[in-house]
Ligand binder design. Structure first.
Ligand SMILES: O=C(O)C1=C[C@@H](OP(=O)(O)O)[C@@H](O)[C@H](O)C1
Ligand SMILES: C=C(OP(=O)(O)O)C(=O)O
Length: 446
């Protein structure tokens, strides 16, 4: 949570959104390109890197660990790697800010480097569970001293003799999967992660792109096993990595355009990795007029241009099995559901409770304050709309959560009365250009 002065912003009834919306680079892919660049041999070039606070925290940490990480121009970065095993002990605490991805993935890399480092984060990150990575990484030989045993700040001592691991994920988490695979990079032999519910696979794809011996197999019973063979020659790719626009960020202008009558927008170069597109599938089921055009592949990731037209939405049941492919999109889906006709039920949401805020509670309380009928349980939400936007006319608490802030600013642009958010500063963690982009399209956030 920021120590800076809160930034209060208000979303008010907007004109139809039109035009081209270039959305910021994918956060997950940006973190990974900097981290893999830092441990590869040679110079990794990146285009379209997300320059949000979360990724800048990864860049700063990789510098403290000895890699050269430089910005050449807007979105254009280069990383001179130290080679696998070459990370150096940092002479300062690694501050991962608000970013769970930065903290957990970096702990993976550090776990098999013979060094000691202390890591912390902001008031939100220090509340989030780290036991989920401490447990497997300890089995690989790393040692941890953590506040309350499983929270930041913590000190990690990387393994002197790393042990490879076969690990079945107890929770559907790409961050835990990635932490174990990244630790496996500098362990002898093969390290595998087994998952029952497929989570985003950017680490697997990018490891392949850097030349690692990486394979993913279907091992039956609905399980996938991702295996990396340790101590590969990890080589900086010849061509720059082009980071697609983030489908999780594109979700906000997309839902705004669906809800604001008369809108039609185009979002170029959006990542369409099927492990990330659950929201778009759900919106289509709700009757959304959205289509992906010009589908292609760039740097091992599928991308397309997303065209969205205002649509009348109807309620749907969102199955728990879809949660991993849209885990960050429930706040904005809840906004769409509040304006749809009927009762939308979303299940399998337990993980929402351990994000930047308890998102399940923040969505339920925020929508109720805006006049929406909401019910919730431990891991589910149901939202009833009558096909028209709700009353609004309130200030919603965000708990320094970027996705909560952006979601309610979208709702404020369609609700009968404006909706303010108490602090929009966190938006800079993932989508620094959000307010300017929305207003350029015809939105009304000030
Ligand atoms: O691996 C990643 O880049 C991410 C994985 C997800 O977290 P979990 O692994 O905790 O589900 C997601 O919520 C986060 O925004 C980014
Ligand atoms: C959960 C998120 O990120 P992280 O876990 O990296 O903080 C998010 O961006 O919604």
């Amino acid at each position: 949570m920021s120590t800076q002065k809160p930034i209060k912003l208000t979303g008010s009834r907007a004109r139809p959104l039109t035009g081209l919306a270039r959305v910021a680079g994918d956060k997950s892919i940006s973190h990974r390109s900097v981290m893999l660049g830092a441990v590869a041999v040679g110079r990794t070039q990146v285009e379209g890197l997300l320059e949000g606070d979360d990724v800048l925290a990864t860049a700063a940490a990789c510098r403290l660990l000895g890699a050269r990480v430089e910005q050449l121009g807007p979105g254009r970065w280069q990383i001179d790697g130290v080679g696998l095993g070459g990370l150096a002990a940092p002479d300062q605490v690694l501050d991962m800010g608000n970013s769970g991805t930065a903290a957990r993935l970096l702990l993976g890399l550090l776990a098999t480097h013979e060094l000691s480092a202390t890591m912390t984060g902001d008031a939100s990150l220090v509340k989030r569970p780290m036991g989920r990575v401490i447990e497997p990484l300890s089995r690989m030989g790393a040692k941890f001293t953590a506040r309350d045993g499983n929270k930041l700040p913590l000190t990690i001592e990387g393994a002197v003799l790393p042990v490879p691991l076969v690990y079945e994920l107890p929770v559907a988490s790409a961050q835990v999967k990635s932490a174990v695979l990244l630790a496996g990079l500098n362990a002898p032999g093969a390290t595998s992660v087994i998952e029952r519910e497929p989570t985003r696979d950017h680490t697997e794809r990018m490891l392949g792109h850097f030349g690692a011996d990486m394979r993913v197999e279907d091992i039956g019973n609905g399980k996938l096993q991702a295996t990396v063979v340790g101590r590969p020659e990890l080589i900086a790719p010849k061509d720059p990595i082009r980071v697609p626009a983030d489908p999780s960020s594109a979700a906000f202008p997309c839902v705004a355009a669906l809800l604001i009558e008369g809108s039609e927008i185009k979002l170029p170069d959006v990542g369409t990795n099927p492990r990330r597109t659950g929201l778009y599938e759900t919106l289509r089921e709700m009757g959304a007029d959205l289509r992906f055009e010009n589908e292609r592949e760039e740097g091992g990731e599928p991308v397309a241009d997303l065209v969205v037209r205002a649509s009348e939405l109807k309620a749907v049941d969102v199955p728990a099995s879809r949660a991993p492919s849209m885990i960050d999109e429930y706040p904005i889906l809840a906004v769409a559901a509040a304006c749809a006709r009927g009762t939308t039920t979303m299940r399998g949401l337990a993980e929402l409770r351990v994000k930047e805020s308890d998102r399940l509670a923040m969505i339920a309380n925020g929508l109720a304050a805006c006049g929406v009928r909401v019910e919730s349980g431990d891991d589910w939400l149901s939202i009833t709309g009558d096909g028209r936007p709700p009353a609004g006319g309130t200030t919603v608490a965000t708990a320094f959560d970027h996705r909560i802030a952006m979601s309610f600013l979208v709702l404020g642009q369609v609700s009968a009365q404006p909706i303010a958010v108490d602090d929009a500063a966190a938006i800079a963690t993932s989508f620094p250009d959000f307010v300017a982009l929305m207003n350029r399209l015809g939105g009304s956030i000030s």
